[in-house]
Ligand binder design. Sequence first.
Ligand code: FES
Ligand code: MG
Length: 570
Amino acid sequence: MQESLRSRQWFGKQGKDGFIYRAWMKNQGIPADEFTGKPVIGICNTWSELTPCNAHFRELAESVKRGILEAGGFPVEFPVMSLGETLIKPTAMLYRNLVSMDVEESVRANPLDGVVLLCGCDKTTPSLVMGACSVNLPSIVVSGGAMLTGKFNGRDIGTSDIWRFTDDLRAGIMTEEELNLAEAGMCRSRGHCAVMGTASSMACMVEALGLSLPGNAAIPAADAGRKVLAQLSGRRIVEMVREHMRPSDILTRAAFENAIRVNAAIGGSTNFVIHLLAIAGRIGVELDMDDFDRLSANIPLIANLQPSGKYFMEDMFYAGGLPAVMKELLPCLHGDAVTANGKTVQENVQRCTSLNREVIAAMDAPFNPQSGVVVLRGNLCEAGAVLKPSAASPQLMQHTGRAVVFENIEDYKARIDDPELPVDENCILVLKNVGPKGYPGMPEVGNMSLPKKLLARGITDMVRISDGRMSGTGFGTVVLHVSPEAAAGGTLALVEDGDLIRLDVAGRTLSLLVEDAVLEQRRNTRKAFENPYMRGYTRLYVEHVEQAHLGADLDFLKGGSGSEVLRDSH
Ligand code: FES
Ligand code: MG
């Protein structure tokens, strides 16, 4: 075992090279016997005070270290770029692929035998998993956990309320003072968003894929159980190295199918689609947009969590967590898929049960027969677009309306509250140029706030269409990820004010009701998108980013390069 360890190519060397590899490490007070054949485990840490959701990760890393030491490993913690959803401009998504490169190269370049991925806020999960897949050394995910449920004025609140509160403020139902009180009460503890937003969806995704220990998704960040899970994961990764258990052993097609069905049952984020496609691309599993629609078609919504339902991640934990959800779903899952603890999905969840049917329902008494992600096609989205039916309004699922078009986000912000804007509740709001290339980075602006004058009349939902994303905490009848995007020459670029658009969710179509000849004419007179970014990462990104229906990875990052490094550094 010892000599088969990858880290021996560094620490097992004699002479000049071995001296260099070991001597500088010893400045950290590491005894000589640490270098004699213990599995070296990297702890890839996205700790940052600029990523509040991950700000407790140094402490979490200590628990992981304890577990690694107990199992006879040699822990080494290292940082990678951290993506905080709330502070990073123009959008954290622009940097997901950059971080995946940071992770991939950091893991490969260093004397590591396995790695623990500390993930929390939205993008920190897909970016770390994508990078780890491209190296394919034994890897386990430890998520940071969600915040405790927020409190305001005697009621429970979470991130999804931000959208309600800001609409209430604009409609004059809520005051600035009340909003300040809500701000003070919402983020009560360490951890990420307390609803089934993207971060929680990603934590569920890694558990459903089998990349974490069971229970990882729902233990609150503030619960002592989170540290226990971190310590146990530290112990387990050492065993995974000894067993040569790699991401490619876990991430089979069956694992991806399980993750899609679980995401449907929990009402997970639409961002799940884009991130799972990117992960599949790295590990080399065939997956496309239609898989999401097809595999989630008969899965009902059984987790009653915001934004599709009522409760919060803390409630899900008390109700049995994701294992209880997966137990309900077991007849629809590949129970024989192997997970990080070496056991199958079935072995992990068969003795679990829902402890609160208000939060985790039975399959035959779900909260909503509709779940998952619907994939739309039509002349407005030839390569697809997505909509989350559990977060949409039933009366708008079949709707034809007049387009009110915004050329970009600045145009939207400048005109949406103009009392003269010719818009009513039957119109369809269309936002262009918020896709991967056009923005760039595909921001979460797809759930555009409604015009103030309609909010004041009590209107709470309208059909909205864009080539952008929406926050996993968002809701509404919102068509997202229109592909190809406007900036890549998609038909979306050709929509004009007054055009009729038809959305038919049951028929899975999104159509621009304008004659082909007219569209052709518009296409010929349209100026093509030019990349305004002349240098740096943004230039690289715009030149190489793929469209949303492929996962918005950079084209040259698809697949992996393994863990081998052929040359020494001195
Ligand atoms: Fe970090 Fe929501 S802002 S998870
Ligand atoms: Mg987000």
